[in-house]
Design a protein around this ligand. Structure first.
Ligand SMILES: *Cc1c(COP(=O)(O)O)cnc(C)c1O
Length: 459
C-alpha cells in the first residue's frame, strides 16, 4: 500500500500538479490516471467531461475568478490596514483580457470595478447599467483612444450618474477633455524598463514625465495612471515604476491639488512555467503597499488612493484548453522529437503561442501514470507551418503513442487574452466552451458548425 501511494504522488509531482506555489494546487490525478480538477471539495474528472463533450474544448472555472478577485481585494485592504496606509484601494478588472460575460460578471460580483479600452467595451457596460444590473457605485476607467463614439458614451454614462474616469492619452484628448464635466486621469509613459514577457522598448501610450510636468494644471485631474507591461517577471518590476510614479505624482500635486489617486495599471503575472520559482500575489501586494507608504512619507504627501488593473493575474488560471492528439509524424530535428498533431490550432485558439512565443504548461488528460514517454513538438491542424508549439525549441513530454489508445492533452492558464484574439485560419471551428461550477457543466458556446464559420465570411 505504502509504495503504491508513493508512486502516485510521484506522478503528481512529475507533472507539477498539486503545488500551491505554482498555482496548480487544484490539480490532481485520479486512480485511473486521468486529470482531476478540484473546486473546493468538489472534483471534476476531466476525462469524463471530454468523453461526453469531445474536443477541442475549453473549460472555464468561474470560481477561480471569484477567489482571485476576492483575495486580491482583501489582501490589498489587509496590508493597507496593517501598515497604516491612509489611501483606499480600488480593483478595476481590465475587460480586454477576457470580455466573455461569464468571466466579467463573477469579477464584478466579487467587487471588481472595470477598466475598458474601447467604445464597444463601454457599450457593454452601458447595457448592464441600463438593465439596472450594475450597482451605480461601480467605477469605470476608460483607457484607449477616445474616438467620437467613445467620448459620446463616456459623457452619456457620466450624465446617468455613473463614475466614469477617462484617462487622457495625448494632446488631442487633453483638448477634448476640457469640455468633460467629471474627474479625469492622465497617463504617463514612465522612463523605466522592467523584465516582462515581451520587450517593450517602445511605448506609444501616454505622455513622457517631462511633458506632464510642462502641462502644469490639468482640469479636474484626479488620477495619475501608468501601465508598464504585462506578465512582469519580478516584484522589483513593480517597485521601481511605483517609486518613479510617486515622485512624479508629488510634483504634479503642486499644480493639481485634487490629484488623489495613483493607478498602477496591469502586469501581475502567473507562473506559466511550473518549473521556475515565481512571486506570489501576497508578497507582491505587501511590497507595493509598503513602498507606497514609505515613499509617500518620504515625499511628504498624503498617501494616494491606489488602483490596480491586473487582468492576466485574475483570469489566466480560470481556463484550461483540451485537445486530442490525432496523429504522430516524424520530425527531422536535433532532439529527434516527433510531431503530435492536435485537433485544434495554436494560431486560432492560443494565438500568443505564435504572436509572443508564449509558453504553456501542458499535461496529459489521460494515461498520466504512463511510464513510456516521448519528447514531442505539437502541431496545430491548420495548413500553416507556423501553427506549432515547440516550447521554445526544447520539447514537451507526453505519453508515447502506440503504448496508449487515445491521448488527450490539457493546456493550463489559457483564460487571459486568447479568447478575443481567436481567429479562423483555414476556417477551423473555435473550440467548444464549457463552464464548470458547483459540480455542474454548462455549455457556454457550442463548437461552431461549418455553416456558422462560413457565414462569418459571407457564405
Ligand atoms: C492590458 C491592460 C491591462 C491588463 O494588463 P495585465 O498584464 O493583463 O494585467 C491593464 N491596464 C491597461 C491600461 C491595459 O492596457
Amino acid at each position: 500500500m505504502a509504495t503504491k501511494k508513493k508512486k502516485k504522488n510521484g506522478f503528481k509531482k512529475f507533472w507539477q500538479l498539486g503545488r500551491e506555489e505554482v498555482n496548480t494546487g487544484a490539480f490532481d490525478i485520479t486512480e485511473e490516471g486521468t486529470l482531476l480538477v478540484r473546486e473546493g471539495n468538489y472534483q471534476y474528472n476531466i476525462m469524463d467531461i471530454i468523453k461526453k463533450h469531445g474536443t477541442s474544448t475549453e473549460i472555464f472555472f468561474p470560481t477561480v475568478v471569484e477567489n482571485r478577485v476576492r483575495d486580491l481585494i482583501e489582501t490589498f485592504n489587509a496590508y493597507i490596514k496593517v501598515t497604516g496606509y491612509k489611501g483606499r484601494f480600488h480593483y478595476h478588472y481590465p475587460m480586454k483580457v477576457n470580455q466573455n460575460k461569464e468571466f466579467v460578471l463573477p469579477a464584478v460580483a466579487e467587487g471588481a470595478n472595470l477598466d475598458v479600452g474601447s467604445a464597444n467595451e463601454l457599450f457593454l457596460v452601458k447595457r448592464m447599467v441600463e438593465q439596472d444590473k450594475f450597482n451605480n457605485k461601480i467605477r469605470v476607467i476608460c483607457n484607449g483612444p477616445k474616438t467620437d463614439r467613445y467620448m459620446e458614451l463616456i459623457e452619456e454614462l457620466k450624465g446617468k450618474g455613473l463614475i466614469v474616469i477617462p484617462i487622457i492619452e495625448d494632446r488631442v484628448e487633453l483638448e477634448r477633455m476640457k469640455k468633460f464635466k467629471g474627474e479625469v486621469g492622465i497617463r504617463v509613459d514612465l522612463n523605466v524598463k522592467v523584465d516582462s514577457h515581451w520587450d517593450k522598448r517602445y511605448n506609444r501610450f501616454g505622455f513622457t514625465e517631462e511633458e506632464l510636468l510642462d502641462l502644469g494644471k490639468i482640469r479636474n485631474l484626479a488620477v495619475l495612471h501608468y501601465h508598464v507591461s504585462s506578465q512582469i517577471e519580478r516584484i522589483e518590476g513593480f517597485i521601481q515604476p511605483l517609486k518613479r510614479a510617486l515622485a512624479l505624482y508629488a510634483k504634479m500635486r503642486e499644480k493639481n491639488p485634487n490629484l488623489d489617486t495613483l493607478d498602477i495599471g496591469g502586469g501581475g503575472g502567473v507562473p506559466y512555467d511550473k518549473k521556475k520559482r515565481f512571486y506570489i500575489g501576497k508578497n507582491l501586494i505587501n511590497q507595493i503597499v509598503k513602498t507606497a507608504k514609505k515613499q509617500s512619507d518620504k515625499l511628504g504627501i498624503r498617501h494616494p488612493n491606489l488602483i490596480a488593473e491586473w487582468g492576466r493575474y485574475v483570469v489566466a488560471p480560470a481556463q484550461i484548453t483540451i485537445y486530442k492528439i490525432t496523429a504522430e509524424k516524424q520530425a527531422y530535428n536535433k532532439g529527434s522529437n516527433s510531431w503530435y498533431v492536435i485537433d485544434g490550432s495554436f494560431m486560432n485558439d492560443l494565438l500568443d503561442t505564435w504572436a509572443i512565443k508564449q509558453k504553456w504548461h501542458v499535461v496529459p488528460v489521460n494515461h498520466m501514470h504512463s511510464k513510456k514517454l516521448a519528447h514531442v513538438w505539437l502541431a496545430g491542424s491548420s495548413c500553416d507551418s507556423d501553427d506549432k508549439y515547440t516550447a521554445g525549441g526544447s520539447y514537451i513530454l507526453l505519453p508515447k503513442l502506440g503504448e496508449v489508445d487515445e491521448l488527450y492533452v490539457a493546456f493550463l492558464d489559457t483564460g487571459a487574452y486568447q479568447d478575443s484574439l481567436a481567429s479562423h485560419h483555414c476556417l477551423l471551428s473555435s473550440p467548444l466552451k464549457l463552464l464548470a461550477q458547483n459540480g455542474e457543466i454548462k455549455v457556454l458556446r457550442r463548437r461552431e458548425s461549418p455553416e456558422e464559420v462560413g457565414k462569418q465570411f459571407g457564405w
